[in-house]
Design a protein around this ligand. Structure first.
Ligand code: AHR
Length: 344
């Protein structure tokens, strides 16, 4: 029954009407739940969302944004917090399948290991929407991916640093002719972590000033403040007098690192130029205090797009295979003026 109904979901809506009329059960999409024009009422649409956890300011904002968007649209959201464990996300997806939701959405903690469960969703006729992070699985196992271009984010971070170092006439703290860069990476195995690093190193090797930069240390800070601080402490122990630049792959790690830098008697934002990704309010406050130099935007406000897309899919409309959001970059000199406009 469900399979027939979901097949129909990708055909024209007129055809869908007659198919839906002979389907019943799960997801609440019986013929009686349809509006006069044959589309499903939002109140009859159930979306299951498997979230990563609550590791960062960004993630908390993303969760709130998705819940709020679901409430505003009047759809039912089944929300699951995986607490950073892929096995919990897989369990959540299986429970969404068992409760026969209309659409499953997931922000995959890591990129690999999804083929089996996504195939199960497909076999059950339930469309899947990826949000934010991606997977290495066959793209036929999901309908669309709503995301930002994390490669571009890494490129923007390096390009900004390059321009800034040249414009400020900075010289390497430890002497020599190279600026030493420390990197706090994101969750190992997550698509955004890999993309940001790739973007950063590609931009660095493509710069006419490439020879002036050296990555002296690079390690995961797991996208958390505590781990960012801990890893920065260890970077400072070995290279505290040499590090010129910190590229933190999210704001929380940058904020943790700032604590470690200050504790070591070094001036964040001045002795060490700091750029991070997300551009949440915490980073803006650090920039206003002169402790951080630039934040590259990674928006958590994907809720409205997710809900709109899920409603379209549940109504058999075609959606693009990739839905990409545009993002900005905020250097410290505009932080104060921009802070009132930040939503997260
Ligand atoms: O996947 C998005 C990343 O995950 C955000 O940049 C980071 O803050 C979060 O934890």
């Amino acid at each position: 029954m469900k399979k027939n109904r979901l097949l129909a979901a990708f055909l024209a809506s007129a055809m869908m009407l007659s198919l839906a009329a002979c389907s019943g059960g799960g997801g609440g999409d019986t013929a009686g739940d349809q509006t006069a024009d044959g589309t499903k009422d939002a109140s009859d649409i159930v979306v299951g969302f498997a979230q990563v956890g609550a590791e960062s300011e960004w993630r908390t904002a993303n969760t709130e944004n998705i819940k709020q968007a679901a409430e505003n649209a009047g759809i039912t959201l089944q929300f699951s917090d995986a607490q950073q464990k892929q096995e919990n996300q897989i369990k959540a997806i299986r429970s969404f399948i068992a409760s026969d939701v209309d659409v499953i959405s997931v922000c995959p903690i890591v990129g690999t290991g999804w083929d089996t469960v996504l195939q199960e969703a497909k076999d059950a006729g339930i469309p899947v929407v990826l949000v934010d992070r991606g997977v290495t699985a066959d793209p036929s196992l999901y309908v669309t991916h709503i995301k930002a271009d994390a490669v571009k984010e890494g490129e923007k971070a390096f390009n900004w640093i390059d321009e800034y170092m040249q414009a400020q006439g900075k010289t390497p703290r430890g002497g020599g002719d190279q600026f030493q860069i420390a990197i706090l990476e994101g969750t190992v195995g997550s698509s955004v972590a890999a993309d940001r690093l790739n973007g950063f190193s590609t931009a660095m090797s493509g710069s006419p000033n490439a020879a002036q930069y050296n990555i002296i240390a690079s390690q995961t800070g797991e996208y958390t403040r505590a781990k960012g601080k801990e890893v920065m402490e260890s970077f400072l122990k070995s290279d505290g007098d040499k590090i010129d630049i910190l590229f933190a792959c999210n704001d929380d790690m940058a904020l943790g690192a700032i604590q470690a830098i200050e504790a070591a008697g070094i001036k964040p934002g001045d002795d060490i130029v700091i750029v991070s990704i997300d551009a949440a309010k915490g980073a803006f406050n650090a920039m206003i205090e002169g402790k951080m130099n630039c934040a590259v935007e990674h928006t958590p406000n994907l809720g409205d797009i997710l809900v709109e897309t899920a409603i379209k899919i549940a109504n058999g409309e075609q959606v693009p295979a990739l839905i990409e959001v545009e993002e900005d970059i905020f250097p410290a000199d505009i932080a104060e003026q921009e802070l009132p406009n930040r939503t997260y």
